[in-house]
Design a protein around this ligand. Structure first.
Ligand code: GDD
Ligand code: MN
Length: 381
């Protein structure tokens, strides 16, 4: 078999089987409205990748501008195959695009890099060679080791945010990110054999983090790099992307059942705030405290529901309609409240427990029941 003509869109599944070549590299580039950058990027790749390193470039494009056409036109001058996968329904943002590219990649090595020339393509051969030499599964291009820098990160505000985010992320995953000084980097090489694409749930910009935490590559090395200035245009990141990153972190951190239960408890604890506020407001306007507490409790339940939906069970919402989930969640939460008093009475009168111990045990019991019930009855595994 031969490559399809450069620039032509071909079936990724078929191509992956045809192209697979040991030691070769597939460069995956996510693009979103980068028509002013892609020609320059392909030019730089052509200059940097030596003939002895078999290479192909896969763009995964979510643009609304003419980026795909510009790529196809520029690809005619390239000595390697170039593919554009344009997504009509972009899911997962930047990370989702990279995973699409990984699935379509035909080589042993996959290098992920941005389409705006902030990642120097001259480093591609070194990333792959370092991985081969040290038998690593993942080689990260890092701004934070000797020889690297973040020259292209404009403004002290962005530098501060980036530092804080890196610190937070490293402290949340101390083991999985050991040996990675720059888990936020968007520039890295990874062996195809170290990727389990089905285990990935990409959400936004931090695809390296996703791969390192969920796929756990066998061994990690780093190579320093200087984060360049953008060639043209502006970053596509936004405040919304910042919130998406926080959701991504919480999703990764609560992937195990035990961690999810802890998250469930923490969210539940925050529910006291709207609950008490509701109680205060309703009694203030003259309502008796018993109906006020019953109503105020619904405010806490609603608060918990929204947070749990978006932070803990984001990927498991599809099994039931939203109103079905609201109903079941509300029933469980109120059953919890109704069950608590008879449970305390049972512990006190049948098992001779003190009131305080009985209350604590009842709280723990109903909490666990509510968590198990929410997992099984509202969100189905
Ligand atoms: N397909 C696709 N879909 N591509 C996207 C999307 C999307 O939704 N959003 C952004 N991209 C592409 C851009 O077109 C660009 O090629 C690349 O992803 C990086 O986007 P930028 O908007 O330029 O990111 P940045 O420079 O702010 O951030 C980069 O550096 C950070 C480190 O400071 C990225 O590499 C981040 O991952 C990295 O953390
Ligand atoms: Mn950029």
């Amino acid at each position: 078999h031969e490559y399809t003509a450069p620039g032509e869109l071909n079936d990724p599944a078929v191509r992956a089987a045809e192209v697979a070549e040991p030691g070769a590299v597939t460069i995956v580039v996510p693009t979103y409205n980068e028509s002013a950058n892609v020609r320059q990027l392909l030019h730089q790749i052509t200059e940097s990748v030596p003939a002895r390193l078999p290479c192909e470039v896969v763009f995964v494009d979510d643009s609304s501008d003419d980026t795909p056409q510009v790529i196809r036109e520029a690809a005619k001058d390239c000595p390697f195959p170039v593919t554009v996968l344009h997504r009509e329904e972009p899911v997962g943002g930047l990370g989702g695009a990279v995973v699409e590219g990984i699935k379509a990649a035909g080589s042993d090595w996959i290098v992920v890099m941005d389409g705006d020339c902030q990642h120097p393509p001259s480093l591609v051969p070194e990333l792959v060679a370092t991985g081969e030499r040290s038998n690593a599964g993942l080689v990260v291009a890092s701004r934070y080791i000797k020889g690297g820098s973040r020259a292209g990160l404009a403004g002290s505000y962005r530098v501060a945010v980036s530092r804080a985010a890196t610190w937070l992320t490293k402290s949340l995953f101390p083991r999985r990110l050991r040996g990675i000084s720059d888990p936020m980097s968007g520039f890295f090489a990874i062996r195809r054999s170290d990727i389990t694409a089905d285990a990935l749930k990409p959400l936004g910009y931090k695809i390296l983090l996703e791969l390192a935490v969920r796929n756990r590559p066998r061994q990690v090395t780093e190579v320093p790099f200087v984060f360049q200035d953008r060639f043209a245009g502006e970053s596509k990141s936004s405040a919304q992307e910042g919130f998406r990153f926080l959701r991504h972190l919480i999703g990764l951190r609560t992937a195990s059942p035990v961690a999810r239960m802890v998250g469930f408890g923490l969210i539940g604890a925050t529910g006291f705030v709207p609950n008490l506020f509701g109680l205060w407001a309703l009694t203030k306007v003259g309502m008796h405290y018993v109906p006020a507490e019953i109503l105020a409790n619904q405010l806490g339940v609603a608060w918990n529901f929204v947070l749990i939906e978006h932070l803990l069970f984001r990927d498991r919402r599809g099994h039931r309609q939203w109103w079905d989930r609201v109903g079941r969640f509300g029933l469980l939460a109120n059953a919890d409240l109704v069950l608590r008093i008879p449970l305390i009475a049972l512990f006190v009168h049948r098992f001779g427990m003190g009131a305080l111990g009985a209350t604590a045990l009842a709280l723990v019991t109903t909490f666990v029941l509510r968590f198990v019930g929410t997992e099984a009855l509202v969100y189905l595994p």
